[in-house]
Design a protein around this ligand. Sequence first.
Ligand code: AMP
Length: 411
Amino acid sequence: MIQAPRGTKDIFTSEAYLWAHIENILRDIFYRFNFSEIRTPMFENTELFTRSVGEDSDIAQKEMYTFMDKGGRSLTLKPEGTAPTVRCAIQNNLFESSPKLFYITPAFRYERPQSGRYREFHQCGAESFADSTPTCDAEIISLASQILNALGIKGAALKINSIGCENCRPKYNLTLKNFIADNLKNLCGDCQNRFELNPLRILDCKNDSCKKILNNAPSVLNSLCDECKLHFEILKNLLTDLNIFYEVDDKIVRGLDYYTRTVFEFIYDNSAICGGGRYDNLVSELGAKKIPAVGFGFGMERMINAIKAQNLFDNCQVKLDLFIGNIGENAVKKSFLIANTLRCAGFNIEYNNLNRSVKSQIKTACKFNAKFFTIIGDDEIKNGSVKIKNLLTKSETQIDINSINKFLEEN
Ligand code: AMP
């Protein structure tokens, strides 16, 4: 038996309904904030990701699904949503016409599968371009926070930090390297490799013994230039004005290379359910003019896990308005035709097309969460009248066979 590949997950029936339900809520909130949807290809030229997420990042080094196509091109399944969004915005010149974009997309990373970590997962993200103000950062954080509120997810803690800009980061990198130099041999191999290339990333290491050493590392916040300091102060004040509770965590740097100034995470159950930040240089690094940007990505599986753990939307199934049962060949045809008319009128309808007992037809109607049940036989066809049973209250109403539509509308 061929199984789904390791680290992937089939989503079906009530779970698929839950996903669709959540996606509807997400779209609703994105539209409230005037974000437009973007759908980019599932694969991109590999160079897009090596140039954006950073050649020495975990994603580029270990996690990308990269392959040569039959034309000899190196392609990569998208490991995240930001770089494709930027590529698409550059290519289609969206920065003026639609500077606020959102996506809901599968993403692929070759990681060790574990709870909340998959090889194919889904991200929902937002990217806001052409606005360098801290107000724009606050708007993005407020959007993420409203998503959590709308879904009813409680207990996600917002952590924010600033990792400075091209003016002050080099100074911090030196300070950090001076601190790390003495402990370098005690850090893991990955951290040792990053020491020269990208010391800031060492703060992002998940290895417990590295974390312990880095607990006492000098704070990036002490190295910020005046502009970055002011940006961060204004952001913090705005979050307070918005009643968004946050904690400053100077160890948050995020795993991707492109961030500047603000970075943030919403931590739920010890892992980031959402991560984001400002990236003022990515657009120019990918070949366009300098356009500031800020955005976030939610891990949707983590979102769904939180929703399940908190018993939100526990009754997620499409409900049938009516199940039409029948006895005899003529009645099967009649119920099929009635089902079609009612479906055209906008009701969710199923009818029986199997030779089975009335009892088993009622059982099926209950299984599909039907609100009403009716049974059609030769008598009902002859008299033009049917009995409709409410499967919850068990009450029955006799009505004209041609007025089922009206009955469903009124009940
Ligand atoms: P990142 O692009 O690494 O900032 O990730 C954004 C969000 O995607 C994270 O906060 C996670 O919730 C989610 N995420 C990242 N990698 C995975 C994965 N392998 N499986 C499931 N969710 C993930």
